[in-house]
Design a protein around this ligand. Structure first.
Ligand code: NAD
Length: 478
């Protein structure tokens, strides 16, 4: 258990601030209080926006070499204190210490890539003379920062998903206000410490802690905010999109990702990829494998091996390096997952393994015979539950995989390049992995979904595109 005796402060408008009203941050494993964070009010959020208006002017005038140096220094800070960062993630969230260490490693990488991309925010010359009558014209466009970005982040990657917004925002000369997840604000505050220690002018970055439903509206509706960069659930995302008005929107939402296992697949490799993809981070992963479609020739073998591997999962203390899976983020979430599974069983699903809850812990669970219209087959479970479906062929698998309102990533296991290309063309997703599950990402690739999985792409370079606008320059020559 990690105990920080004193309450943490938030970085608001250039100052580290306390508030009389606080929010307790719990370790979901034993419900112990780790520390408290300030509970910001609407007035606090307005102060952060006013400061960011000044911060945006400072940021847009900072030369690239200064932005690069600051981001690299922040990355050094995270690297030097990587154990503290990992302990913080593994205390306030669901991740095991091994998963938390990996998130810190990725955060450092995200920041380094952000520093690199800051030197490549380029435009291009335009051939104005392509149009008759425009022979005496010359010009180009360059990209300028859009101003102030509102970043709203979820609990499940409390550090790296904040870095995915802060790194590119600073790299491209914007100011940014982060509203981290209420349940896991500590990692975001530590990242703010890293940028503060690196010498980032303070009004460029605020991390304001508080309840999303109370202070979120002020942030997303304010006319000075030029972009809302949101990562979280579909319902919250739709709610924000309705209210934000004429602003850029980046929406990284959820999914119930499919994996397709064809009859020529390497079954052992497919089983271990899909098990890891389904149960990593307790299934609280936007890329997590939720639905596996297996060609009938392999179904029984796949199921047998999948259930065996799942039943070997070690559930327990997050801080123990041998633990595979810790608790869900709250007991309430574990109860919701239990209810969804029980509802599916009542509707005819068969429980092959798992289905047991102990407080916030829920055992890795495998279902078959789930009716196609059951909630668990359509919605995002966001817990350690996977559904195995038998299919006749690839076409049936693709049709069923697409028959949901999500489309983030997918995986297909096959040795047949033609079948892989059919899946690449027909699956409605933002990314497809061949011979791996949907649960694959590096931080420098374009990442995002279609349908209810979101709008726009993250992945540093692609985030920078979204956080900047082209400005055309045209010379009328004599
Ligand atoms: P959530 O939607 O409940 O909350 C996300 C954030 O929104 C939190 O900071 C919350 O405080 C804030 N919020 C809530 N109501 C708000 C409001 N009215 N106005 C402004 N802000 C508000 O999501 P969560 O439970 O923290 O995270 C899980 C979800 O995030 C899952 O659906 C998961 O798939 C998704 N996710 C997506 C990605 C991706 O990159 N596509 C990555 C991680 C998680």
């Amino acid at each position: 258990m990690m105990t920080i005796a004193k309450g943490k402060k938030m970085l608001l408008g250039g100052k580290w601030m306390e508030k009389e009203e606080t929010i307790s941050v719990y370790d979901p494993q034993d419900n112990s209080i780790i520390t408290t964070v300030p509970k910001a009010s609407k007035e606090d959020m307005l102060k952060a926006i006013t400061a960011a208006e000044e911060g945006a002017k400072i940021a847009e005038n900072m030369p690239a070499h200064e932005r690069i140096a600051i981001i690299n220094k922040a990355a050094d800070y995270v690297d030097e204190k990587r154990n503290l960062f990992a302990e913080t993630i593994a205390s306030e969230g669901s991740k095991t210490i091994a998963e938390a260490k990996n998130e810190v490693f990725r955060c450092i990488h995200t920041l380094r890539v952000s520093a690199e991309e800051a030197r490549r925010i380029n435009g291009e010359t335009i051939a104005f003379d392509q149009m008759p009558g425009h022979e005496n014209r010359a010009g180009y466009y360059y990209r300028f920062p859009i101003g102030i970005i509102a970043a709203i982040t979820p609990f499940n990657d409390p550090l790296n998903l904040v870095a995915h917004k802060v790194g590119p925002a600073i790299a491209s000369g914007n100011a940014i206000i982060v509203k981290p997840a209420t349940l896991t604000p500590l990692s975001a505050l530590l990242l703010a410490e890293a940028f503060d220690a690196a010498g980032l002018p303070r009004k460029i970055l605020s991390v304001v802690t508080g309840s999303g439903s109370e202070i979120g509206d002020v942030l997303i509706t304010h006319p000075s905010i030029r972009m809302v960069s949101f990562t979280g659930g579909l319902e919250t995302g739709e709610n924000i999109a309705r209210k934000a008005g004429l602003k850029k929107l980046s929406m990284e939402l959820g999914s119930n990702s499919p994996a397709i296992v064809l009859k020529d697949a390497d079954i052992d490799a497919a089983v271990s990829s899909c098990v890891a993809g389904a149960f990593g981070a307790v299934g609280q992963n936007c890329l997590g494998v939720q639905r596996v479609f297996i060609e009938k020739e392999n179904f029984d073998k796949f199921v047998r091996k999948f259930v065996l591997m799942t039943s070997q999962y070690k559930i327990g203390d997050k801080k123990d390096l041998v633990t595979d899976m810790g608790p869900l983020i709250t007991e309430k979430e574990a109860i919701r997952v239990e209810q969804w599974v029980n509802e599916a069983i009542e509707e005819g699903a068969s429980l092959l393994v798992g289905g047991k809850r102990d407080g916030a812990f829920y055992s890795p669970t495998v279902l078959t015979n789930v009716p196609a219209d059951a909630k668990i087959a359509k919605e995002e479970i966001f817990g350690p539950v996977v559904i195995l479906f038998q299919v006749n062929d690839l076409n049936e698998a693709i049709e069923k995989a697409n028959n949901v309102n999500y489309g983030l990533q997918a995986g297909i296991f096959t040795k047949d390049i033609n079948l892989a290309f059919t899946a690449i063309k027909k699956l409605e997703v933002g990314g497809i992995m061949i011979n791996d599950s949907s649960d694959y990402r590096i931080d420098a690739m374009p990442f995002g979904g279609v349908k209810g999985s979101g709008l726009g792409r993250e992945g540093v370079k692609y985030t920078i595109q979204e956080m900047t606008e082209p400005k055309i320059v045209n010379f009328k020559l004599g």
